[in-house]
Structure formats: C-alpha cells, structure tokens
Design a protein around this ligand. Structure first.
Ligand code: GDP
Ligand code: MG
Ligand code: ZN
Length: 308
C-alpha cells in the first residue's frame, strides 16, 4: 500500500495512506537510495510502500521507497561529509525572511536560492513582519524585491500580526507541496496557524530575543492545508550547506549568470578577473546586481575545492 511520509524522527516515521489514514511506521531492512550517503534514509515527502505490522497498534513497516523527483539537503551537523535530507518531492520552496527581529541576511537568502536551483525546486521569498518595518526597512524591501524579481523569483511582503498580504501567499501554496524554511523566529509557525488554525502549532516567544531563535520545532513535518496542498515546516536552519557544489558550476545556479555564461571568453571562467568575462561586463553595465555578484563571490570563496 502506498503512503506519504509526514514526519521523520530518524528512527520512526508518521505516514498517511492515500485514504488519509495515519500510521506510525518503522523501517525494515536497510535502504540504499540514489547512492547518496545520508544520515536519514527516509525523509518527509517521500513516497513509500507500507505493510501492516501490528493491526491493533496501528503500526506499519516501510518496505520500499519510491524514486524521488527531487530533494533538498544540508550537511549533517554531526558528520561533515554526510548529508541530511530535509525533504523530498517538492513542488516549491518558500523562504521566510524578515528585515527586523531577526534580520535575514542577503547572503543567507542567496545561498538558499542557489540550493533551490541546484535541486530544481522553484523558490519563492516571503518577507514577514511588515508591521515592524520603518522607512529604512521599507526601502530595503523594495530594493530586494526589485533585485529578486528581476532574476525571476516571486517576492511577497506580509504581516502575520496585521493579517496583510496573506491571501497572495495562500494562493501560491494551493495544491502544491511546499517546503517552508527560514531562520527560527521569522514567523513560519505563526503563518501556518493563521492559514490553517486547526494546526495550532507552538510559536515562540521573542522576549529576551538575542538575534537567533531557540528551536521550537525539532523535526521537519508535513501538514495538509484544508484548502488543498501540503506544507512542510522545517526546524530553524542557520545555514544551508551547499554540499557537492564545485566552484565551476556555482554560476549556473544564479539565473542571471546562467543566461550569460556562453559569452565568457573562457569556458572555465569563474568570473573573478579573467579577460573577456561576460559576467563582470554585465555587473559593470548594471545588468547584474552588484549585491548578487558579491554573494556569488562569497559563496565561491567558501567552497573547498580539494574534493574535485
Ligand atoms: N511583529 C510581528 N511578529 C510576528 C509576526 N509573525 C510572527 N511574529 C512573532 O515572531 C515570533 C516567532 O514566530 P514563530 O512563528 O514561532 O517563528 P518560526 O520559528 O519561524 O516558526 C513569535 O513571537 C511571533 O508572535 C509578524 O508578522 N509581526
Ligand atoms: Mg516554528
Ligand atoms: Zn566569466
């Protein structure tokens, strides 16, 4: 019987069959998937086959995993060269960001976008806490919106507190499987609670705010939206580990660079100070945002090349 994984703790799982019946599940045997070394063989969003283990307890065994359309991962916190799959089979990833309490850096947003491009998951950015923005943050928001829309990402501004802008975001979630991510404290759970009040998720108190939140959610979990669609809430992620990315391919994951790579004089151009570089030319001409190029440069510098 086919089922979908709604929650994974690493040792047990919550799955739902196609009729909507929910079970606790365990794995039988050892799974080797896609030849990747991961700390968790099965992740939220995985489509699996289940067999009844104990009818009375309602527990089932996962016997098979179906091929993944895509997945998003990060470096395992404990094993540097292993990855932790955050979620699989996504239609889109929605990054929650804030310009105040806490402030999400552009570097973090760009890393997230690169990761989404790598895994071919369309990305959307939602700025929350609009009620807290003053002139300075409003201006910053407009700049960011322009910059990201120019390269093809949808950008939204909402306030969960004032209930503004919510319907547009609800619309893009309809009938899709969406990964919700962003730092702790940006309002992901609060947002889910207003679009789906019956979830009554725990939200976190910002009193004693120190810039970084305490994690209230430990494991990624998927929820059904009553108006159609599923959403995956993730634990606060400080850093999206860009595993398995080489310096050479990085610019392919910046859409505005990808479109121009063929025009560089050298086909192994890293767009730093090579002659005849179309990317640098576009930055100088104002066709590529300097801020995005700066993020590119920072990510490039952070990639350890000795693996390749
Ligand atoms: N001012 C303001 N605070 C918000 C808004 N949305 C959420 N919060 C607060 O931000 C804190 C963190 O929210 P939470 O939903 O737990 O964030 P999560 O860690 O991303 O799930 C809570 O105290 C919320 O009440 C908003 O639109 N405006
Ligand atoms: Mg939360
Ligand atoms: Zn170049």
């Amino acid at each position: 019987m086919k089922a979908l994984v709604y929650k994974s703790t690493g040792s047990w799982y919550v799955v739902k069959d196609m009729k909507g019946n929910q079970y606790n599940a365990r794995i039988k045997g050892i799974f080797k998937i896609d030849d990747i070394t991961s700390t968790n063989p099965i992740a939220v969003g995985d489509e699996v086959e289940i067999e009844t283990e104990n009818e009375l307890e309602g527990s089932v065994t996962i016997t098979e995993i179906h091929p993944r359309r895509n997945y998003i991962n990060r470096q395992s916190p404990r094993h540097k060269f292993q990855q932790h799959i955050i979620a699989a089979n996504l239609d889109q990833s929605v990054l929650f960001a804030t310009l105040k309490e806490p402030r999400t850096s552009q570097g973090f947003i760009d890393r997230f976008l690169v990761a989404s491009e790598m895994y071919h998951v369309p990305a959307v950015i939602v700025f929350n806490k609009a009620d807290l923005y003053k002139k300075k943050e409003e201006q910053r928001y407009e700049e960011l919106k322009q910059m990201y829309e120019a390269v093809g990402y949808k950008v939204f501004l909402i306030s969960v507190t004032n209930n503004t802008g919510i319907d547009d975001v609800k619309d893009i979630l309809k009938n899709k499987i969406s990964l919700l991510s962003g730092h702790s404290g940006v309002g992901k759970s609060s947002f889910l609670n207003i679009i789906c009040p019956e979830l009554s998720l725990k939200t976190q108190d910002v009193s004693g705010w120190s810039g970084k939140g305490i994690h209230t959610t430990t494991f990624a979990e998927m929820y059904d939206l009553d108006y159609g669609g599923k959403i995956i809430d993730t634990p606060g992620m400080r850093e999206f580990g860009l595993i398995d990315i080489s310096k050479q391919e990085l610019s392919h994951y910046f859409p505005e660079m990808r479109d121009r790579l063929n025009n560089c004089q050298f086909n192994n151009c890293q767009h730093i100070n090579e002659p005849g570089c179309a990317i640098k030319r576009a930055v100088e001409a104002g066709e590529i945002s300097e801020n995005r190029f700066f993020s590119y440069y920072n990510i490039l510098e952070s990639i350890e090349e000795n693996k390749y």
